[in-house]
Design a protein around this ligand. Structure first.
Ligand code: COA
Length: 248
């Protein structure tokens, strides 16, 4: 583990915490590796029946590390982010998210793969991929219109308009909006409730309820191919450079 991802098991619940608060939990390649491993291990463990993903105070996740995007624009995209998306989509165990503070880019699109989401009242969700010259990932181009309807998905995914926690609840992405101080307790409570159910029944029902995995994987792969190409674009490089230089 890198230190930026902390994994703890609390009975039948595994908690994966993104813990890089000084960078608002922007995800590095090492963090993707650790999260992928933590999800895959949870699937292989009979003892773990539910997983919670949580952030640090003020930041659930500010998206992919933009310095890594700039490196990828020059040298090719490292597969570790893509591998994390596959692990997320292929995961067997239910996933609960405890969202406090900002959820940006993959911080929001990973929520489409969660089974239950608790968000702090002041949290915001946004997907500014197009403003960075990129396209949305994590099969969000499939899952967002299905979940929110095309109009709301276009506004969020294409126009980059953020959602408040309440708007995300209305849109069907968030289950519960709570005071920031209560978010993790409520997420853990939900995870324990799920973990107490007969696991085989949970697995079968969840499998039947979710979009066909082949469609999700196909979307992840197609988005990824476009994403890789667009990372090399002048617009993307200029946007990454502008973000990283904005205070200099
Ligand atoms: N990649 C790399 N570094 C990031 C980052 C990201 N995605 N998001 C935040 N950071 C870094 C900032 O550069 C800053 O680092 P520094 O202290 O060394 O300068 C630190 O995290 C704190 O961020 P800051 O912008 O000072 O905090 P803020 O509260 O004013 O704003 C955000 C927080 C998350 C709203 C803002 O940082 C932001 O918009 N980040 C980019 C989000 C994004 O576009 N992600 C990609 C989605 S595809």
């Amino acid at each position: 583990m890198t230190g930026d991802i902390a994994v703890t098991d609390d009975g039948a619940v595994r908690i994966i915490r993104m813990n890089r608060p000084e960078k608002k939990n922007a995800l590095t390649l090492a963090m993707y590796t650790d999260m992928t491993r933590a999800l895959q291990e949870a699937d292989q463990s009979e003892a773990i029946r539910c997983v919670v993903i949580a952030g640090a105070p003020g930041a659930f996740c500010a998206g992919n590390d933009i310095a890594d995007f700039l490196k990828a624009a020059g040298g090719g995209l490292d597969p570790r982010g893509h591998e994390f998306l596959h692990a997320l989509a292929r995961r067997q165990k239910p996933l609960v998210a405890a969202v406090n503070g900002v959820a940006i880019g993959i911080g929001t699109t990973m929520l489409f793969h969660c089974d239950h989401v608790v968000a702090g009242a002041t949290s915001t969700l946004s997907t500014p991929f197009l403003k960075l010259g990129l396209i949305p990932e994590a099969a969000s181009t499939l899952l967002a219109p299905m979940r929110m309807g095309y109009a709301r998905a276009f506004s969020m995914l294409v126009m980059g308009r953020p959602l408040t926690a309440e708007e995300a609840k209305e849109a069907g992405i968030v289950n519960t909006v709570a005071d920031a101080a209560e978010v993790e307790d409520l997420a853990l409570k939900a995870a324990r409730e799920i973990a107490a159910l007969p696991p085989r029944s949970v697995a079968v029902t969840r499998g039947l309820m979710r979009s066909p995995l082949d469609d999700v994987i196909k979307h992840i792969n197609t988005e990824s191919a476009h994403f890789k190409e667009l990372l090399q674009s002048d617009e993307a490089r200029a946007a990454f450079t502008a973000f990283l230089a904005r205070r200099k």
